[in-house]
Design a protein. Structure first.
Length: 122
């Protein structure tokens, strides 16, 4: 068996995305997904990743390059009935991501955002 890889892309009219399985760079199979089904797949993959023994790094490496979402939409929905605050951030590829923050963490994030001066574009 050769080297198996996956690639992804979208059709010409950008109405569906696909996941393609390749062996040694040669396509073997391609599955197409509409936007809603692709969002479900991304969530399922993220959920699966969260259960792996090798956890996501607990700290951000100071030299790490991270992908950023420019001008994300955000909301603090009032739909959560338990303690804490929900912060929802919209990622153009992953949809709305929700984070439940206890009071101290929510306040620390607010403080850090206020105290960290924005970098000016060069």
């Amino acid at each position: 068996m050769g080297r198996m890889t996956f690639t992804c892309g979208f059709n010409e009219n950008r109405e569906s995305g696909y996941l393609e399985m390749q062996e040694d760079g040669q396509p073997l199979a391609r599955m197409y997904f509409d936007a809603a089904t692709l969002e479900d797949l991304i969530r399922d993959l993220a959920r699966c990743r969260s259960h792996l023994t090798e956890a996501v790094a607990p700290e951000l490496d100071p030299g790490a390059r991270i992908e950023t979402e420019r001008f994300p939409a955000w909301r603090v929905p009032d739909t959560h009935s338990g303690p804490g605050t929900v912060l929802a951030l919209r990622h153009s590829g992953m949809g709305w991501l929700g984070f439940l923050l206890e009071a101290e963490r929510a306040q620390a994030i607010g403080k850090a955002l206020i105290e960290t001066p924005p970098k000016q574009s060069s």
